[in-house]
Design a protein around this ligand. Structure first.
Ligand code: SF4
Length: 476
């Protein structure tokens, strides 16, 4: 019998969830670049978050040391992930919860669907969660006749608009106020036809719509930002309070969490609760930080299930360079500083994880061949590395993954020719003379001839220097 178990380095299965796009990044990006409204929305939103974040980070004198601490804790966690997960399971079970191990998206969707059915519910309310988007839980629940209701305002906008999230933190960042008003008028039951596009009016409309859901739905599904292995405590941070309602009001709470979200102790959590709000929303602390440990009789959900999701994470962990991607705390700072993301938006990445972190995480979860264009969705400027609160060296992972991506025959031939030339001093010197001759022949600025012209179509080909290093050296 051939079976995959959690912890085995298998990649996320195709055909389920949202890790693979339907088009390569360059094709999808070209379409997105044609949308001037999208670029305006993104430019305004990312600049606002960037400035807010920079101001509050500037208030913390030991920010560099906090980042170092975040990186060190994550490195230690990944080095002993199996041990910490078993410790977490013991603590959650001891506190009255139940832990389920899901090897992939299919298993996780089945576990959650079965739990909702066992609770006798045909509707669930959801706290914003990247993990459940990753596995396509909403589609799986809908197929099973269970209605999922997103309660995060931005997720609700995405759901009502039959849209896809385009940012980790602000899933509807590609929508402006007028577009949101139009979606509410079209898809929100019972909405006031006189609704304006004032933010307060839009939030009030969403609040009225969600209130009935909060009070009448018996099962909630959440993600988790962190889980403390020592005590079995789960943590969700959010800005609206809708998450707090979902986490406290229902009878049954099901949390789907990627296995990398575990932290060893409360002391470690303290570091991330300082890093995350400043790097993400530009706040000094998260408006709502909800924590719960198992089940407390007479207080909150009386049935708690934790689904630990692998879905390719063990494969990422097995790569000593790529595993840094599992350190991510989903703050989205790398998206907000990325010149590529700012122009294309999130949909072009084809995955629920867009931007620089998506360019290194999605290909590793799916296997690089299934997302081969994403490691190239970067100028390698390094802004993401500078912004990341846990110091993930995204540019190095991008280069590492580019080496694993399938390469065209033209590129392979060009690289083989370059290797042949550079492998011998005489051939290399001859190539330099040829380059200089072409410069003297007036080819400067015209780019490379086909089939290499694709490379220089969008790049300036540097002029060969008047004197090579070898000539300079020989002249000394
Ligand atoms: S990679 Fe770093 S900056 Fe990007 S979302 Fe993750 S933690 Fe934030």
């Amino acid at each position: 019998m051939s079976e995959t178990f959690l912890g085995m380095p298998a990649t996320a299965p195709p055909g389920v969830g949202h890790l693979r796009g339907t088009e390569p990044f360059p094709v999808a990006a070209r379409q997105a670049l044609g949308d001037a409204q999208l670029r305006r929305n993104l430019g305004h939103a990312t600049a606002t978050i960037r400035n807010k974040s920079a101001a509050v980070i500037g208030e913390v004198p030991d920010w560099p040391r906090l980042r170092e601490a975040g990186r060190a804790i994550k490195t230690d966690t990944m080095a002993r992930l199996p041990e910490l997960l078993e410790k977490l399971e013991t603590a959650v079970t001891g506190a009255g919860g139940t832990v389920h191990w899901a090897t992939d998206a299919v298993a996780a969707n089945r576990i959650v669907t079965d739990l909702v059915r066992a609770a006798g519910a045909d509707r669930v309310m959801k706290v914003k969660s990247m993990a459940t988007q990753e596995i396509g839980l909403n589609e799986a629940l809908t197929d099973a006749g269970i209605e999922p209701v997103e309660t995060d305002l931005a997720e609700l906008i995405v759901q009502l608009g039959e849209d896809r999230p385009s940012h980790i933190l602000v899933p509807a960042i590609h929508r402006n106020r007028a577009e949101i008003r139009e979606i509410f008028l079209r898809a929100m039951p019972g909405v006031d036809p006189g609704l304006t596009d004032e933010p307060a009016a839009l939030a009030a409309a969403a609040r009225r719509h969600l209130r009935e859901t909060f009070l009448s739905t018996r099962v909630a599904v959440s993600g988790a930002n962190f889980a403390v292995a020592d005590t079995g405590t789960l943590a969700v941070v959010e800005s609206e309070g809708n998450g707090r309602m979902c986490l406290t009001l229902p009878e049954t709470l099901i949390t789907v969490m990627g296995i990398e979200k575990v932290v060893p102790t409360w002391r470690d959590l303290e570091v991330f609760l300082q890093l995350l709000p400043r790097a993400s929303t530009g706040e000094r602390m998260n408006p709502y930080t909800s924590m719960w440990t198992g089940v407390t009789p007479g207080d909150g959900p009386q049935s708690f299930h934790l689904v630990l999701l692998d879905n390719g994470r063990s494969a990422v962990l097995a790569d000593p360079v790529g595993r840094q991607a599992l350190h991510c705390i989903r703050c989205s700072a790398c998206l907000n500083v990325c010149p590529v993301y700012e122009r294309t938006g999130g949909h072009a990445y084809g995955s629920v994880y867009p931007g620089p972190i998506g360019a290194v995480l999605s290909p590793q979860l799916t296997g690089v061949a299934d997302n081969a264009s994403l490691p190239y969705a970067s100028s390698l400027c390094g802004a993401c590395y500078d912004a990341c609160p846990v110091m993930i060296d995204i540019p190095s992972i991008l280069v590492h993954l580019r080496a694993q991506a399938p390469h065209s025959r033209t590129e392979a031939t060009a690289m083989a020719a370059a290797a042949y030339t550079m492998d011998h001093p005489a051939r290399y010197a001859a190539a330099q003379r040829a380059a200089k001759l072409s410069r003297l022949a007036g080819r400067r600025g015209r780019g490379l001839p086909p089939p290499l012209s694709g490379w220089s179509d969008s790049r300036d080909l540097p002029d060969p220097p008047a004197r090579t290093f070898r000539q300079w050296w020989a002249g000394r």
